[in-house]
Design a protein around this ligand. Structure first.
Ligand code: UDP
Length: 325
């Protein structure tokens, strides 16, 4: 098949291309390199059935050609990362809403099966943990830019489901929960690469807020494998599905774990959200997925523990640090 990945030079997109090429597909990756990078796909560009197109997904003319040529589309292009969202809110809202509008409209026009990446952010501050796909969302005030990301992704979900309802477009929507692994950038807010990079440099690890907030981190290889299986699962069409890990850790404990695993001399430094983001900030205390649906559909179980994934990230960041020295 010809597979189109939007956001193909991003963290998850670059991990998705390898298994697709291994399975004998031709992969075209489109990315404007706003947060993705050529470094992420360097290893793929040597492979004969991999093509890269540098383009903004909002360019309808180019996207029409790419969607027409594709048999299936993985739509992962989005503005992500809390830091980026806080610093560039207009970019986030426009990219996420208009970008998905263009891609979904073209998928419908050419009748192509499409995967849409969404996020556990849509549950917001809901306290009904674990988060179930049919549960209510609880977003904060529009005063907090952070919620524009959840809101933009909810609009994407609504639009994908509307295309499915109204025109029968085959869509599969996944809500990712804190996906981590090698190649993830820390530049846009993600906590794990930030902590590992700081620990390897013996710099303080900056824990925002009380440090009592908890997350479940899932290995990108587990996420990609679930994603590929769900795209082959007829019952997943028209569904919104959580994918992640149930292994929960507080951010304070994560910082201590990273320091211990790297043998670092770093200390933990607390920052208020105001200090961290330069403004008031609304965080969620607990985020944990209900994995009942993805288990029923494809028998999903994450293969990697947090410790194993952190080992991979530490090894990756260590070798990157050596290269830059
Ligand atoms: N965080 C932190 N230090 C950092 C980056 C993030 O303490 O350098 C916290 C952040 O406030 C949040 C958690 O770590 O409570 C996870 O942040 P991330 O941006 O990775 O993902 P989120 O779960 O917020 O989408």
């Amino acid at each position: 098949m010809n597979v189109l990945i939007t956001g193909g030079a991003g963290f998850i997109g670059s991990h998705l291309a390898g298994p697709l090429l291994d399975a004998g597909h031709t992969v075209t990756s489109v990315d404007d390199l706003s947060t993705g990078s050529l470094g992420n796909i360097e290893h793929l560009r040597r492979r004969s059935h991999f093509h890269f197109v540098r383009e903004d997904i909002r360019n309808e003319q180019t996207m029409a050609v790419l969607v027409d040529r594709a048999d299936v589309i993985f739509h992962l292009a989005a503005a992500v990362g809390v830091q980026l969202i806080v610093e560039k809110p207009v970019h986030t809202i426009e990219t996420n809403i208009h970008g998905s509008e263009v891609v979904l409209n073209l998928a419908n026009k050419f009748a192509r099966k499409i995967f849409l990446a969404s996020t556990s952010e849509v549950y917001g501050k809901s306290t009904k943990v674990p988060f179930n796909e049919d549960g209510d969302s609880l977003l904060g005030s529009t005063r907090f830019t952070r919620w524009s990301y959840a809101c933009s992704k909810m609009v994407d979900e609504f639009l994908a489901l509307a295309y499915h309802e109204q025109y029968g477009l085959p869509v599969v929507v996944l809500r990712f929960f804190n996906t981590i692994g090698p190649r993830q950038s820390g530049a846009y807010g993600m906590v794990v690469p930030r902590f590992v990079q700081a620990a390897l440099r013996d710099e303080p690890l900056l824990v925002y807020g009380s440090g009592e907030q908890s997350r479940c981190f899932c290995n990108v290889a587990d996420v990609v494998s679930a994603l590929l299986k769900l795209m082959d699962c007829p019952q997943a069409i028209g569904e919104v599905i959580n994918v992640g890990s149930e292994e929960s850790i507080t951010i304070e404990a994560l910082a201590a774990k990273v320091i211990a695993m790297t043998g670092s001399e770093s200390t933990i430094k607390r920052l208020s959200y105001e200090e961290a983001y330069g403004r008031a900030f609304d965080d969620m205390l607990v985020r944990r997925p209900d994995l009942g649906k993805v288990r029923r559909l494809i028998g999903f179980e994450p293969r990697y523990s947090l410790e194993q994934t952190l080992t991979q990230v530490i090894e990756f960041e260590r070798s990157r640090l050596k290269e830059t020295k």
